[in-house]
Design a protein around this ligand. Structure first.
Ligand SMILES: [Zn+2]
Length: 285
């Protein structure tokens, strides 16, 4: 699933649409096979001939705002949601067979939302205030991509009592702690901070807590710099069609059985709350 760095990379490329006029937003005939899109076209008609005012990121969500209309669009890429920018809609490549939404622009490029596994979201809210009150947005923790990383707020949130008896590897995926962290960067951050994913939050020393916060900030920034991770199971691409490069420096993620790059011990894989996690038994005690 695209995490904060991937979503932010996508957003930065989509910014070329700012101040440009939409012709119409079309929910494709294919999208109408799915209940979450079925019959929703009228809600999107209010954006016809409106100008795109801003595209902001909240955790892994994007919020699209338009001039002269109060309603906003909330969009989540889910597992495989992908924005693609195309000049000519008649020359689409075969990799875009799962288009759910097309933003037809007055002038190219047009923006397509392709979503193979269909976990993406594309919803209209009546106002920006309304989307801010939407629980998944309202409850987001510190944004992991904020610079400098908001360490004090992170430490305060980590000290909340509902986290203390849970393993840190599980807690780090909770968007109420750090928004934008997913399974890949959680795994890499724990390795960087030399913390075992199974360690309970209450057992973490103050130094470990601080090192973890700093590791998250550093890993997410590095991933953003390299435009995110593109892997076989995460066929993430930028709207322009290029891929990310952050996978090249992963130290533990998907490296089960391979020697730890720090100490040579084979990397261990385990399942933690239905997700694969990877760690070094020697470096992360
Ligand atoms: Zn090691």
């Amino acid at each position: 699933m695209p995490e904060g760095p991937e979503v932010e990379t996508v957003r930065l490329e989509l910014l070329q649409l700012i101040s440009k006029k939409v012709d119409s937003i079309q929910l494709t005939p294919l999208s109408q096979k799915y209940p979450k899109y079925e019959g929703k076209q009228p809600f999107f008609n209010q954006f016809s001939r409106k100008t795109i005012h801003s595209i902001d990121r909240f955790g892994k969500f994007l919020v699209w705002r338009f001039t002269n209309v109060e309603a906003v669009i909330l969009n989540h890429l889910g597992m495989t949601g992908r924005w693609c920018l195309y000049k000519d809609l008649k020359k689409l490549p075969t990799t875009t067979k799962h288009i759910k939404v097309i933003i037809h622009m007055k002038s190219p490029p047009n923006a397509l939302f392709n979503d193979i596994r269909n976990f993406g979201q594309f919803k209209v809210f009546q106002s920006f205030e309304e989307v801010q009150q939407y629980t998944p947005i309202r409850s987001l923790g510190v944004d992991g991509l904020t610079t400098p990383f908001p360490l004090n707020e992170f430490l305060t949130r980590l000290a909340k009592k509902n986290f203390k008896d849970k393993p840190i590897g599980e807690v780090l995926l909770n968007q109420r702690l750090v928004a934008g962290v997913g399974n890949i960067y959680k795994t890499e951050s724990l390795f960087h901070a030399k913390i075992n994913p199974l360690k309970k939050v209450k057992k973490l020393s103050n130094t470990e807590r601080e090192e973890l916060g700093l590791a998250i900030g550093k890993i997410l920034q590095k991933a953003l710099h390299d435009k995110g991770s593109t892997m076989e199971f995460q066929p993430y691409e930028l709207p322009s069609g290029t891929t990310g490069n952050a996978q090249k420096w992963h130290k533990v993620y998907k490296r089960e059985g391979k020697p730890c790059l720090e100490c040579g011990t084979p990397i261990t894989r385990m399942i933690q709350k239905d997700r694969s996690t990877f760690y070094c038994l020697q470096c992360q005690k």
